[in-house]
Design a protein around this ligand. Structure first.
Ligand code: 0PR
Length: 371
């Protein structure tokens, strides 16, 4: 096999990035381990506890490092916890599953209220779990319309979803207000910070467990966290929520499993720990500042060329580039993607996106434009 992976030189479309060298090295070392079998792969399992504890610190949860996954505290109440998922999709599916299980005690038609800006993984969750998805519109600022959320919730609502760093526009929904609405109907609040979670700590946004009545959250080390794929994160306010997912595991040394997948890559777990140990908090802060400046610079550059630009709140720019130009740039090797409504092109300023790369992109754009 001689194929080489995609180089990141011209990638402006992806929410993944070049892993930090320490993360790459750790991934290789733990390639053959399975934290899904903690009795056998004890080091990988311990690293997962460490990953969850570090993620907890990032999202305003204090996690008992001794036993991060699923185990209730001695008093039976259970502290905050979580696990390393295969990505944001699994974290979102599992969060919907937790909410459905919890709501099943009160309704036989559980629904989940999501903004139209939510990632398509919620559609998979609804389909798999047979919950009704109530999609509510976003306002002109691309954040969820709170009045529409208020109108959508009722006694069948199992969860309200807020996005903290939306896939298309990098917007952050009003999380504290969503928490109040969720609480008013005894629903859970799930925050999808899969992409935004490693940038938001350095902003003044209110997005995490410490800011609002958040119950569950997705935050992915394999996106802005600079870990190797696959490394996502599901965090829950208290272990009893994770217990909603637990199934008995008769022939493993551990007695129950809360994850969706069985065998899981220890590579993702180890690389997440390595990246976070290297970068939290200063490295992530520096990276966020660099990426945010790049996004703002790109937005200005595109605006000065007459394109309609959605200003970046996080390092993601969306601009109205005509389809012919989009296609020509793609033909030059630029990896670009459009928003779902096809109206705009999105530029995700990940760590591999440098100023030089953006300059070279704009040079190509200008050349093609003037042809
Ligand atoms: N939540 C958010 C906010 C996301 O942006 C994504 C993925 C997920 C959850 C799902 O995460 P996993 O893919 O790790 O399961 N973000 C988009 C995606 O890869 C980003 C994207 C979309 C990239 C369209 C390119 C593109 O053309 O699906």
């Amino acid at each position: 096999m001689r194929a080489e992976p995609q180089s990141f030189d011209r990638v402006l479309s992806s929410m993944c990035t070049e892993p930090h060298p320490a993360a790459r090295e750790a991934a290789e070392r733990f390639l053959a381990t399975n934290p899904g079998d903690p009795g056998t792969y004890q080091t990988a399992a311990a690293l997962e506890d460490r990953a969850v504890a570090m993620l907890g610190e990032i999202v305003g949860l204090e996690i008992d490092t001794a036993d991060a996954i699923g185990a209730a505290d001695e008093d039976g109440s259970g502290g905050p916890t979580g696990y390393v998922t295969s990505g944001g999709t699994e974290a979102n599916v599992q969060a919907v599953r937790i909410a459905r299980e919890r709501a099943a005690r009160g309704t036989d038609r559980p629904s989940v209220v999501v903004p139209e800006s939510a990632h398509f993984s919620f559609r998979k969750a609804a389909d798999l779990l047979q919950v009704d998805l109530e999609v509510v519109p976003t306002a002109s600022d691309h954040r969820v319309d709170l009045d529409a959320v208020r109108a959508a919730v009722d006694e069948d609502t199992a969860a309200v979803v807020g996005v903290a760093g939306s896939t298309e526009y990098g917007r952050v929904d009003p999380i504290p207000e969503l928490g109040e609405i969720a609480t008013s109907v005894d629903a859970l609040l799930h925050v999808d910070a899969a992409w935004g979670g490693f940038a938001l700590p350095f902003t003044d946004r209110e997005w995490h467990f410490g800011h609002a009545a958040v119950d569950t959250m997705a935050i992915d080390p394999h996106k802005m966290g600079q870990a190797a794929v696959p490394a996502g994160g599901l965090l829950v306010r208290s272990a009893d929520l994770l217990d909603e997912l637990a199934v008995d595991t008769p022939y493993l040394e551990s007695t129950s499993q809360a994850t969706l997948t069985g065998t899981r890559s220890g590579a993702g777990v180890a690389s997440a720990v390595a990246a976070m140990e290297e970068l939290w908090p200063d490295g992530y802060r520096d990276q966020y500042v660099r990426s945010q400046h790049n996004a703002e610079w790109l937005a200005d550059q595109l605006e000065s060329r007459g394109y309609d630009v959605v200003e970046p709140v996080l390092p993601l720019v969306a601009a109205s580039i005509p389809t012919w130009l989009f296609e020509s740039l793609r033909a030059e090797g630029w990896r670009l993607s459009r928003t779902g409504d096809d109206e705009r092109v999105r530029f995700v300023c990940m760590p591999h996106v440098t100023r030089e790369m953006l300059e070279s992109f704009l040079a190509d754009l200008d050349r093609l434009e003037s042809r």
